[in-house]
Ligand binder design. Structure first.
Ligand SMILES: CC(C)(COP(=O)(O)OP(=O)(O)OC[C@H]1O[C@@H](n2cnc3c(N)ncnc32)[C@H](O)[C@@H]1OP(=O)(O)O)[C@@H](O)C(=O)NCCC(=O)NCCS
Length: 150
């Protein structure tokens, strides 16, 4: 994906891939957006997703700063989005939607037919956002197992 420049609510936003230099700013954004968890090291998550080729991190830049992010990847069957985050004082202006569209385009370009994501059931705000963006809630039970000893 080449960098895309968009006008979002009067802001000039460039959406492109994260670089090495973005790591600390991304980790700080995820912290401010409430997305970090003690058992996930954001630096390790960033390095793994950026290794590719089936994953990447997209960033929305406004001026010299990161205004938002999305991690996207696919397993050859489904696409998944993680760490969709917009700088708190820029939320509600359409940046989340623009990042989600960029994620969808990245997957479409790889012929991945469906985008999935997980939301905690009590996160009503984010459920409202995805519903407004045309996403359907599918009742599923998620099984998981840690493979890293945590
Ligand atoms: C979720 C998040 C990425 C959304 O980004 P955003 O820039 O604030 O959202 P947008 O301004 O692009 O909203 C897009 C549309 O969704 C709507 N929307 C957003 N939240 C909504 C809600 N709770 N209920 C109904 N609609 C909602 C907006 O009104 C807008 O539609 P409109 O243009 O027709 O008014 C952002 O709020 C965020 O970073 N939250 C904290 C991190 C987080 O929880 N990420 C999700 C991880 S799964």
């Amino acid at each position: 994906m080449t960098t895309q420049t968009l006008d979002v609510d009067g802001l000039t936003i460039a959406i492109g891939h994260a670089t090495d230099a973005d790591t600390e700013a991304l980790a700080a954004l995820w912290e401010r957006a409430g997305l970090t968890r003690p058992w996930n090291d954001p630096h390790a998550d960033i390095a793994l997703a950026r290794r590719g080729p089936h994953s990447t991190i997209l960033v929305a830049r406004e001026g010299g700063s990161i205004a938002g992010s999305a991690m996207v990847g696919h397993d050859g069957h489904r696409g998944w989005v993680y760490y969709l985050a917009v700088e708190p004082d820029l939320q509600g202006r359409g940046l989340g939607r623009a990042l989600l569209r960029a994620v969808e385009d990245w997957l479409r370009a790889r012929a991945i037919p469906k985008l999935m994501l997980l939301v905690r059931p009590d996160n009503e705000k984010v459920r409202g956002f995805y519903a407004a963006e045309g996403y359907l809630e599918e009742p599923r039970i998620v099984f998981s197992r840690r493979l890293d000893g945590n």
